[in-house]
Design a protein around this ligand. Sequence first.
Ligand code: CXF
Ligand code: ZN
Length: 380
Amino acid sequence: MSSTAGQVIKCRAAVSWEAGKPLTIEEVEVAPPQAMEVRIKVLFTSLCHTDVYFWEAKGQKPMFPRIFGHEAAGIVESVGEGVTDLVPGDHVLPVFTGECKECAHCLSSDSNMCSLLRINTDRGVMLADGQSRFSINGQPIYHFLGTSTFSEYTVVHSGCVAKINPLAPLDKVCILSCGFCTGFGATVNVAKPPKGSAVAIFGLGAVGLSAAEGARVSGASRIIGVDINPNRFEEAKNFGVNEFVNPKDYDRPVQEVIAEMTNGGVDRSVECTGNIDAMISAFECVHDGWGVAVLVGVPHKDAVFKTHPVNFLNERTLKGTFYGHYKPRTDLPGVVEKYLNKEIELEKFITHEVSFSDINKAFDYMLQGASLRCIIRMVD
Ligand code: CXF
Ligand code: ZN
């Protein structure tokens, strides 16, 4: 047992006090893990758009002070009562959505939408007791997505923790916690492009390029990147994207342009923008008879998907997916192995790296659109 088990740990955390304001590094107290929880020493974390979105708190209920962060890798420091499958020293990826292994979803091989531990963006406290494990001089600090990885130590439900091969470099595999798996899984687990097929990827950010990586490893021969920002095209070439379409270059719907380019439509499309018009185009650009479109992006709360039903009658399929259809505890160890076997490339997603004290720079890079992933090193 580690000497800190059962004790309150004092460590550094990047606290967000106010929407859109720089985070400040503070000394926080992290309570020991309660039943079914684990306390993790975070070694690497990376910034995802979802952190930025909730930090900006535009159109959502603000919840501050809060510790953001959900893409990360670390080592278990101690475990709470009832945790049987994790021990201190295990290398782990915390995940923003969990797998209890007992509910109807977890028991179904077709679902990753765990009833107990699925994502909850506005909980801000731990499930066990409705309390926060973080405080500063007695003032509680809200959690984020049950992960709060912008802290040297964090407490996470053990059902949201994937144990991985200790040989995996944590500064690379941390991106599997969210962005990479969301895009890559949407392609390989849901769209499933046949070898030699044509795949359109809408949105060439980190998630879209992960979806492109999925198309590349599936052996797709045409990977068509669709983005309204042409600056994204050069970088996308490194991810196997070999054709580009900017919807702004045309005065007709981009689905028509793509249908012409591909003799009737692409075999698969993956939408990674969250823009409702892109979602509709992604569906309507697939070939009749066999085309499958997969929606990944998170739409505006009032968005409505509108298409003519004949698009379905003509045997096009529309699907949506969450976290790449991965069950975090069951499937992530295998994704890590794929990386270790060099079947997937993660390095090319990591465009920046900063030390923990420079975490605000990671926000700047993302807001400028300069980064895909910026790794934040927790230990110097
Ligand atoms: C997202 C997925 C959709 C809801 C918010 C979180 N995933 C991670 O960034
Ligand atoms: Zn994320």
